[in-house]
Write a protein that binds this ligand. Structure first.
Ligand code: KIV
Length: 266
């Protein structure tokens, strides 16, 4: 069995340059397969609202639903670090965030909670980390703000917004964030942020220079209905079976062959 991955493990991986492989997980069986394939982090993402529940955004997902899926993942999880998304409007105030993150850890078995947003989240990030609840921040395309962003589109393309992203990353780290997800930002911006912060960065549509990569499990297996996001790859194509596809993904992340130029944005 693989040794349990902790925050210290991730920190060492960043320092040594070993790439971190992360995939979303929503149930017990896939969690076991992901761990057997050597995945370092399983993310119980609120993407489950779209790929499992069939909604057209992550907004309808509730705390109880996230706790249910997190507990399913926790029951079979042994080695990968478990990060769980805080759903839309579950962390709008410090007191609400403390209460809900504690439930996510106590009832769902989360080892770290993820929340979206930059400088306006600093109080929440500070309070959670001061109470021993590790935080994964999420910048760039933040799907819970899809209506404010005007759609699912690449962020940080102009100079001012790229600078704001870099500042947000620094501020979140100062406030206590331990890991940072960067979604759909130009490769050069992700590279700059990754070099500027000590916390590991995990990219999705953020180019090859992040400390690790994450994909939505169903995209990785090519079973998400509709058009495949350009930043993902169907690893089941050419693989013998699902375990082989998951191993191929981990290998491609570790050897740096994924993401390639066609999965990244300028
Ligand atoms: O919900 C999710 O799956 C995520 C990843 C896309 C990073 O937040």
């Amino acid at each position: 069995m693989n040794a349990a991955v902790t925050l210290t493990t991730l920190q060492r991986m960043k320092e040594s340059g070993e790439k971190i492989a992360c995939v979303t997980a929503y149930d017990a069986s896939f969690t076991s397969l992901l761990e057997q394939a050597g995945v370092d982090i399983v993310l119980v993402g609120d993407s489950l609202g779209m790929v499992i529940q069939g909604h057209d955004s992550t907004l309808p997902v509730t705390m109880d639903e996230m706790i249910y899926h997190s507990a399913c993942v926790t029951r079979s999880g042994k080695s990968a670090l478990r990060i769980v998304d805080m759903p839309f409007m579950s962390y709008a105030s410090v007191s609400q965030a403390l209460e809900n993150a504690a439930r996510m850890m106590r009832e769902g078995g989360a080892q770290m909670v993820k929340l979206e947003g930059g400088r306006h989240r600093l109080d929440v990030v500070r309070a959670l980390s001061q109470h021993g609840m590790p935080v994964c921040a999420h910048l760039g395309l933040t799907p819970q703000s899809v209506h404010q962003l005007g759609g699912y589109r690449v962020q940080g393309r102009d100079q001012a917004s790229a600078v704001a992203l870099l500042e947000d990353a620094r501020l979140l780290e100062e406030a206590g964030a331990s890991v940072l997800v960067l979604e759909c930002v130009p490769s050069a911006v992700a590279r700059q942020i990754t070099a500027a912060v000590a916390m590991p960065t995990i990219g999705i549509g953020a180019g090859p220079h992040c400390d690790g990569q994450v994909l939505v499990l169903y995209d990785l297996l090519g079973i998400t209905p509709g058009k495949r996001p350009v930043f993902s790859q169907n690893f089941l194509q050419g693989a013998e079976d699902i375990p082989a596809a998951l191993q191929a993904y981990v290998k491609a992340v570790k050897d740096g062959s994924f993401p390639a130029a066609q999965h990244s944005f300028d």
